[in-house]
Ligand binder design. Structure first.
Ligand code: ITT
Length: 191
């Protein structure tokens, strides 16, 4: 079964491919499927934005479509950057600029608790929709550690792995991550 991943984020696509390989699903990106859409993520929840992205691609295709909306919620920032995690340091900012802004905001803060949240929307060719959620808990370090992953991974210390997501292998991260958990829940529903 072939699934179009409605995302432009190369880090997410790598994780989808890894998780679904071996399960009998082939993941292709919207670019590989020849679909070029730019959607405005105007929703105030991860679920709404995941559906906005999945529906935009599903309207232009008759295949299975999956979209992920995710982000980092920091306790001391009342859940920010949350749904604004991608645009937190401005449109087009690099991962290191986002991390620098986050560490700046948290300077001197002792409560470093945070979680990653992912909502995955899945649309069948006949229009049926599913939505799942995954979460993972950890802490924001005061400086980056590790080279793997993407986004905020170098400063997110996973309580379960006892290392940052950027120090973890992709298999380790996928086993406990918000995205890995949301995809596992989705797999249970569709298999
Ligand atoms: P698409 O909308 O095209 O899928 P995006 O990067 O804009 O790509 P989101 O709107 O869902 O995706 O933003 C999520 C942001 O949250 C992402 O850009 C990262 O900065 C951060 N993020 C989400 N999951 C992450 C992870 O596993 N590791 C590190 N950072 C993550």
């Amino acid at each position: 079964m072939r699934i179009i991943a409605a995302t432009k984020n190369a880090g997410k696509i790598r994780e989808f491919e890894k998780i679904f390989s071996g399960l009998g699903f082939e993941i292709i990106s919207q670019a590989e499927a020849g679909i070029d859409v730019d959607v405005e993520e105007i929703g105030d929840t991860f679920a709404k934005n995941a559906l906005i992205k999945a529906r935009a691609v599903a309207m232009l295709s008759d295949e299975y479509v999956l979209a992920d909306d995710s982000g980092l919620c920091v306790d001391a920032l009342d859940g920010r950057p949350g749904v604004r995690s991608a645009r937190y340091a401005g449109e087009g900012a690099s991962d290191s600029e986002k991390i620098a802004k986050l560490l700046g905001e948290l300077e001197g803060e002792t409560n470093r608790k945070a979680k990653f949240v992912a909502n995955i929307a899945f649309i069948f060719p006949d229009g049926r929709e599913l939505i799942t959620q995954g979460e993972v808990y950890g802490r924001i370090l005061d400086k980056p550690r590790g080279e793997n992953g993407f986004g905020y991974d170098p400063v997110f210390y996973s309580d379960e792995l006892e290392k940052t997501f950027a120090e973890a292998s992709s298999d380790e991260k996928n086993r406990v991550s918000h995205r890995g958990r949301a995809l596992a829940a989705l797999y249970d529903m569709i298999k």
